[in-house]
Write a protein that binds this ligand. Structure first.
Ligand code: URA
Length: 296
C-alpha cells in the first residue's frame, strides 16, 4: 500500500511539474485514498537502522522480530550500449536490434504492440525529443504519428523543414502502461517514472551519438527532465525558451505539442513558436518576415 501511495504522490508531483494545477478525483476514489492512508503502517520501521533504540534499555531486551516485508522486485540493470564501428546506418541498425532484444523493453509491451525507436534523417542537424510513444505510436512503431505528431509536423513545416530533414526521438521506447479494462485496451497516457526513463536513456544517448545533431529540442517537461536530470527543475517555465547543454550540444526546451493541443490559445502557440525561432536563428536557417510574425 505504501508503494501505491508513493506512486500516486510521484505521479501528482510530475503532473504539477508539467503545469497541471488540479486533478479531478471522484468521491469513491477519495474515500479509497483516505482508507489507504489510514491503514498505511506509518509507524513501522523503514530500515534496520531505525530499529535501533535511542537509549540502551536498562534490562537486556530482545528486539521484536520484524514482520517479514514483501521484497521489492530487483531493479533491472540499466543497459550499457556499445555501438559497433561503421557508418550511421549500420550503427543505427545495430542499436535497433539491441532495443528490440532488450528484455525490459519486450516485457513492457502488450501483445501486438511495438517498441519505438527514433526516426528520420541520420544526418540531421536538428533533433526533436519527445516523451514516450502513445496509442498510435505503439501500433505503428514510429514516434509522433498521432495528433501530437500532426502538430509537430506543422511546427517543422513552419520552420520551412520537413520530417525528412530532422530526426525525431523519444525519451521512452515503449508506452508507459496504465491499467486496462477487460478488453486490454489502454486509454490515456502517463508520464514515465524516473526508473523507466533511466532504462531508456542510454538508447536515446546512442541515437544522439549516431546522428550527432548540432541542436536538440526537448519537447515538454519529461524530455527536458530526461536530458537535464530528474531533479533539474520544478516547473517547465523555469527552463523553457532558454539554451541548455546536453553533452556539449545546445539544447532548447519548449512545450510539448500535446500541451498546445490542450491549450490552443494564441499565447501558447506564439510561445512555442518563439522558442522555435530561437532554434532557427541558432541553426542559421533563413527566417522570413512572415515566419517572424507567425504563430502555429
Ligand atoms: N508524444 C510523445 O512525446 N512522443 C510520441 O511519440 C508521441 C506523442
Amino acid at each position: 500500500m505504501r508503494l501505491a501511495l508513493s506512486a500516486i504522490t510521484e505521479e501528482l508531483r510530475r503532473l504539477k511539474a508539467s503545469g497541471v494545477d488540479s486533478v479531478v478525483v471522484s468521491e469513491e476514489g477519495l474515500s479509497a485514498l483516505r482508507k489507504s492512508v489510514a491503514s498505511s503502517p506509518r509507524a513501522a520501521p523503514l530500515s534496520a537502522s531505525e530499529d535501533v533504540p535511542a537509549e540502551k534499555p536498562a534490562a537486556p531486551a530482545r528486539a521484536p522480530k520484524a514482520a517479514p516485508r514483501p521484497e521489492a522486485p530487483p531493479a533491472a540493470p540499466v543497459p550499457v550500449v556499445s555501438l559497433p564501428p561503421g557508418d550511421k546506418k549500420s550503427r543505427w541498425a545495430a542499436l535497433e536490434r539491441m532495443v528490440l532484444e532488450d528484455p525490459v523493453c519486450r516485457a513492457k509491451l502488450r501483445p501486438g504492440k511495438k517498441v519505438v525507436l527514433g526516426v528520420g534523417n541520420l544526418d540531421a542537424s536538428l533533433m526533436f525529443i519527445g516523451e514516450a510513444p502513445g496509442a498510435e505510436e505503439e501500433v505503428q512503431g514510429e514516434p509522433f504519428v498521432g495528433p501530437a505528431g500532426q502538430l509537430l509536423n506543422r511546427m517543422i513545416a513552419g520552420m520551412a523543414l520537413s520530417r525528412a530533414d530532422v530526426y525525431i526521438g523519444n525519451i521512452m521506447n515503449w508506452r508507459p502502461d496504465l491499467p486496462t479494462g477487460p478488453d486490454g485496451v489502454q486509454t490515456g497516457n502517463r508520464p514515465p517514472t524516473d526508473a523507466e526513463m533511466a532504462h531508456c536513456l542510454p538508447y536515446l544517448k546512442a541515437q544522439i551519438e549516431i546522428v550527432a545533431p548540432s541542436l536538440i529540442v526537448a519537447l515538454g517537461a519529461t524530455a527536458a527532465k530526461g536530458l537535464l536530470g530528474p531533479k533539474s527543475f520544478g516547473a517547465l517555465g523555469e527552463v523553457r525558451g532558454r539554451w541548455h547543454d546536453f553533452g556539449g550540444r545546445p539544447l532548447m526546451v519548449t512545450y510539448h505539442p500535446s500541451y498546445i493541443l490542450r491549450n490552443p490559445t494564441n499565447r501558447t502557440k506564439r510561445m512555442i513558436w518563439e522558442d522555435l525561432l530561437k532554434v532557427m536563428e541558432r541553426a542559421k536557417l533563413p527566417i522570413t518576415d512572415k515566419q517572424r510574425g507567425f504563430f502555429l
